[in-house]
Design a protein around this ligand. Structure first.
Ligand SMILES: *[C@@H]1O[C@H](CO)[C@@H](O)[C@H](O)[C@H]1NC(C)=O
Ligand SMILES: *[C@@H]1O[C@H](CO)[C@@H](O)[C@H](O)[C@H]1NC(C)=O
Length: 136
């Protein structure tokens, strides 16, 4: 018994193979995107308990370091970056006595090592009466 080459079936098999290959290429394209992770991404939910915890930590830690008594109020903007843990950049409103101010805080969080460090904390500067509060 001989197997006769069927051109229609052959074409069909070829189409299937090409389609599979294209999908593999797609998957690799997707992987390349994953590798780019490390860029800063906006935090969409600023009331996420995890994010709020980071914000409160930043204010508490700054109070300890600078012997201030800032009172955490809320986060008004945030970005995060995945780098051996997560880096957070937050703009936090905190009360300094009676007057609320905005602060830029950077926190590095490595939950599996229970490591969390406030790497930067500064008040947003006023320029011509306008608050300059941007992530650099
Ligand atoms: C943000 O997170 C909080 C707590 O997980 C949740 O209750 C709230 O619905 C979320 N908001 C949005 C807009 O996803
Ligand atoms: C935490 O961050 C501060 C400020 O960048 C730095 O001086 C300190 O060494 C860091 N601590 C650890 C344990 O990495």
């Amino acid at each position: 018994m001989t197997i006769k080459f069927n051109p229609i079936l052959g074409t069909l098999i070829l189409v299937v193979i090409v389609t599979v290959l294209l999908h593999v290429c797609d998957a690799q394209g997707g992987l390349r995107v994953v590798v780019i992770v490390g860029g800063w991404k906006p935090i969409t939910n600023l009331t996420d308990p995890e994010v709020v915890e980071i914000g409160k930590f930043a204010v508490d830690e700054h109070n300890k370091e600078a012997k201030t008594k800032l009172e955490y109020q809320e986060i008004i903007k945030g970005e995060s970056q995945v780098v051996s843990g997560t880096n957070y950049r937050l703009i936090i409103t905190a009360k300094d006595g009676d007057s609320p101010h905005n602060y830029l805080a950077e926190v590095w969080n490595k939950p599996w090592k229970k490591f969390r460090n406030l790497t930067s904390f500064r008040q947003c500067t006023l320029q011509n009466g306008e608050e300059k509060c941007t992530f650099t």
